[in-house]
Design a protein around this ligand. Structure first.
Ligand code: MTE
Length: 301
């Protein structure tokens, strides 16, 4: 499979070299090990995506555990204790248990992935994530053959999350993927942005990123991953099944019941933001369309 989304660096990352060469990258031995300049020279702008500015990615957020306004997470998510952090992996796996975040990081290969990110609310950005493939973590846990789905759960900490006082959704935030979606090489657990540790408001210390699905599938601050043989419940589907399905693949031809999904507002392009056409599977159709062969994509999934 083409790896056009891998290790693509922008000029900005290259200039910001000190920030980029953090401990994790060096441990991972990918970008740092090969030499930053070398990668930049051969792979920069492989996809010509212009990364959204750090300030925009980290100040315009959806993380309802800290409030429903776009700037609430950047104001309040610092209250979340992210060290130490453990992820429980259980269900249909050989090695169930509590995995310390630091132990996971010591075993995973962290790469940079510059992905489009499209929220169901019809805004978009381009994020230079750092992270590892979810498949690698699932391999570590040893997925059993009966497993058909992966369920995810966000931390639920009323003392640290002022937003969970309000019953906006049925806390904790939960999400799910089909096994083939979870094992797809585009699906990552993100631990950084622009080579820095991922900020709390964006889902520290690790959050799911599934670039061909609407952003709400990309669940933040994951504390539990459960392998199961049944389609798991998902937070927004439970809250409003008519508007939010399990699959929620980006699809410009299927409108949300209350607004069009044909185009999107590009974050960080000023007060009169630029709009652009939304792409099928958010631009990743070549990689993922075959996962849905035989499914009627005009239906609301
Ligand atoms: N995860 C949790 N736990 N809580 C949330 O409110 N919001 C989702 C998703 N993951 C959300 C979440 C939505 S609607 C979007 S668009 C993305 O996170 C936003 O990610 P960002 O704030 O890093 O851009």
């Amino acid at each position: 499979m083409a790896n056009r989304w891998k290790n693509t660096l922008t000029d900005r990352d290259v200039t910001d070299e000190s920030a980029y060469l953090n401990r994790r990258q060096i441990l991972a031995g990918t970008a740092a090990g090969l030499g930053l300049a070398g990668i930049a020279a051969t792979q920069a702008h492989a996809e010509d995506l212009e990364a959204t500015a750090w300030e925009d990615i980290t100040s315009y957020c959806n993380y309802y555990e800290f409030g429903t306004r776009k700037d609430d997470p950047s104001k309040y998510a610092h209250m979340l204790t992210t060290k130490p952090w453990t992820v429980k992996i259980d269900g249909l796996v050989d090695n169930s248990g509590d995995y310390a975040f630091d132990d996971i990081m010591a075993k995973m290969t962290v790469e940079e992935r510059i992905y489009r990110f499209r929220c169901v609310e019809a805004w978009s950005m381009v994020v230079p994530w750092n992270g590892f493939e979810l498949a690698d973590l699932l391999d570590l846990a040893g997925v059993q053959s009966e497993a058909k789905y992966v369920a995810f759960e966000t931390a639920y900490r009323p003392d640290e999350m002022p937003g969970v006082r309000y019953p906006v959704i049925d806390w904790p935030y939960v999400e799910g993927l089909r096994m083939d979606e979870a094992m797809h090489p585009l699906t990552i657990m993100a631990t950084g942005i622009y080579g820095k540790d991922i900020p709390n408001q964006n889902g520290a210390p690790l959050r799911l990123v599934v670039p061909w699905k609407y952003g709400f599938k990309s669940i933040k601050s994951v504390v539990r991953i459960t392998l199961t043989d049944k389609e798991p419940p998902t937070a927004w589907n439970k809250a409003n099944a008519r508007e939010y399905g399990f699959y929620s693949n980006v699809n410009p031809t299927v409108d949300h019941p209350r607004w069009s999904q044909a185009s999107e507002r590009v974050l960080g392009t000023g007060l009169f933001a630029r709009r652009q056409d939304t792409l099928m599977f958010n631009g990743y159709a070549d990689e993922v369309a075959s996962l849905y062969d035989g499914m009627d994509l005009t239906k609301f999934y």
